[in-house]
Design a protein around this ligand. Structure first.
Ligand SMILES: NC(=O)c1ccc[n+]([C@@H]2O[C@H](COP(=O)([O-])OP(=O)(O)OC[C@H]3O[C@@H](n4cnc5c(N)ncnc54)[C@H](O)[C@@H]3O)[C@@H](O)[C@H]2O)c1
Ligand SMILES: O=P(O)(O)OC[C@@H](O)[C@@H](O)[C@H](O)[C@H](O)CO
Length: 464
């Protein structure tokens, strides 16, 4: 493959992981192929390690997307990423954001990457956030490389303001409630801490677009590299595997233009809320429940856990809990759930439970707590499936034998690799980490205690 006739850079991305390449880069590639107008190229920056940038650069940014259904793989070479850059390259980051041609900045930095703490907004007191504020206040641009996502965004937007490059759209593509609003909050708070005038400029010139993004994309394995190379005939070190299903719903303005993503199936709506609630409360909450119950049972992947009738029973309860509080008709919910059962059962998508389980203390605040809150407000019980999800998360946190990362829970259980001291954490304290108000509800605490008993001493061979 060669990189001739590549589209000009008009989009910048932060967080060059698997999902960006399966989703936004694929939508942009499709839009380029289908629209007759000037194509859009992406400069994608890594979030942490430079590895993805190095392997993509060796291939001129080209990579294979393996679209995997339960029977076979279809290989598509994606050409929308024209530059892959190490995230530590602050100079190139500022240069591209200061270019008027750059019209859209997309972001996938995981839930934790926003450093957003509920109503408090930006997580001041966090070493990375505080370090970035000091850095952005003091140092000369040439030597600067902010580390947190809000810090990098503010750094880039300051360069854009200084260059007079005009407005742009900032599009969060992470699984967060109101992801556009959260991004706006943390970026404006960081900017205010650095330079109030900059915060005013951002407020007036940056459109924070909210999105619901959906496409199950597991981490790439060595076997996937071999499959991609076999199907395309070139040695691909950076392929991505994904499912056939893809959905992208967006709400917000694009003041400097955007790719014709609608040609690839994206939808533009006024109110994102129902769509993000449906996605987070059915798909993502379901994933989390399968991750924790599956890890308790010793499974590795979602598809394996879907073969366990008792895990599936809890999943169905979780979905039933969400039904009365979702703003969709019964028929719409039924159709969505039928799709989800099929998607979760795809035996050839090896989505690792430990990846999904990571940072549950942040994810459950969005995937479960709002459902419980809405159920209680409607005079319903908290929901057996919701209680099971929280109890299973807590069970995994308590177990020294189940290995996954949840940095937000360190304060509760201590560092998990320090030994089994955390095994005594009680349900109320765990709930307080998710929602300090709800932790005072005797009904919810009792439901989680009951669910924990139901999970009991379950192992791979005993029932919940
Ligand atoms: N994989 C999926 O199925 C999927 C689907 C929908 C949405 N998403 C969203 O995309 C995110 C990334 O998923 P992925 O599959 O690409 O994961 P990944 O591990 O392949 O990539 C994650 C990317 O985020 C960067 N990152 C991580 N923490 C960061 C931080 N604190 N600050 C800045 N950058 C950081 C990493 O360096 C990497 O570039 C998810 O957390 C989720 O919010 C993923
Ligand atoms: O990517 P995370 O860590 O937010 O969540 C794990 C999965 O639930 C998630 O990636 C889903 O696969 C995805 O949201 C499907 O669109």
């Amino acid at each position: 493959m060669t990189g001739t006739n590549r589209p000009p850079i008009r989009m910048v991305h932060l967080g060059l992981g698997a999902f960006h390449r399966a989703h936004q880069a694929w939508y942009t590639h499709q839009a380029n192929e289908l629209s007759g107008s000037r194509p859009w190229g992406i400069a994608a920056f890594t979030g942490r390690s430079p590895r993805a940038a190095e392997s993509l650069t060796e291939q001129d940014g080209l990579y294979t997307l393996l679209i995997r259904d339960r029977n076979e793989d279809r290989a598509q070479v994606i050409s929308s990423i024209v530059e892959a850059v190490d995230g530590n390259n602050g100079a190139r980051w500022r240069e591209l954001l200061a270019t008027p041609d750059t019209a859209v900045l997309t972001v996938t930095v995981t839930e934790a990457g926003y450093h957003h703490h509920g109503t408090k907004g930006l997580d001041y007191g966090n070493a990375e956030v505080d370090g970035d504020i000091r850095l952005l206040r003091s140092s000369k641009p040439a030597t600067r490389a902010a580390r947190s996502a809000p810090g990098r965004i503010v750094d880039g937007l300051r360069a854009r303001r200084d260059a007079g490059a005009g407005p742009l759209a900032l599009v969060s593509c992470d699984n967060l409630n109101h992801n556009g609003d959260v991004t706006r909050t943390v970026v404006l708070q960081m900017a205010t801490s650095v330079d109030e005038n900059l915060a005013h400029w951002i407020d007036a010139n940056v459109s924070f677009v909210s999105t619901m993004v959906d496409r199950i994309t597991p981490a790439t394995t060595a076997a996937d590299c071999e499959t991609a190379s076999r199907l395309t005939g070139f040695p691909d070190r950076a392929p991505v595997v994904t499912e056939p299903f893809a959905e992208w719903i967006l709400a917000g303005e694009f003041p400097a233009g955007r790719p014709a993503w609608e040609l690839a199936g994206a939808r533009f709506v006024d109110d994102i809320r129902p769509f993000e609630e449906r996605k987070l409360w059915l798909l993502n909450a379901g994933h989390s429940l399968l991750a924790y119950t599956g890890m308790i049972r010793g499974y590795q992947t979602i598809a394996d856990t879907m073969k366990d009738p008792e895990c599936v029973e809890l999943l169905e309860e979780l979905w039933s809990d969400a039904r009365p509080v979702l703003p969709f008709s019964a028929a719409e919910i039924d159709a969505g759930l039928q799709d989800l059962r099929t998607r979760f059962q795809n035996p050839r998508i090896e989505h690792q439970l430990t990846q999904i389980a990571a940072d549950g203390s942040i994810k459950l605040r969005m995937r479960s707590i709002p459902v419980i809150r809405r159920r209680l407000a409607q005079g319903l019980d908290p929901g057996r499936g919701q209680a099971a999800l929280i109890a299973a998360w807590l069970r995994c946190l308590r177990s020294p034998h189940i290995d996954f990362h949840d940095r937000g829970a360190d304060s509760l259980v201590g560092r998990r690799d320090d030994g089994p001291a955390h095994s005594s954490v009680d349900e109320r304290s765990a709930l307080a980490l998710l929602d300090s108000e709800l932790a005072k509800s005797p009904e919810l605490v009792a439901a989680v205690v009951l669910a924990a008993e139901r999970l009991g001493a379950a192992t791979a061979s005993t029932s919940f």
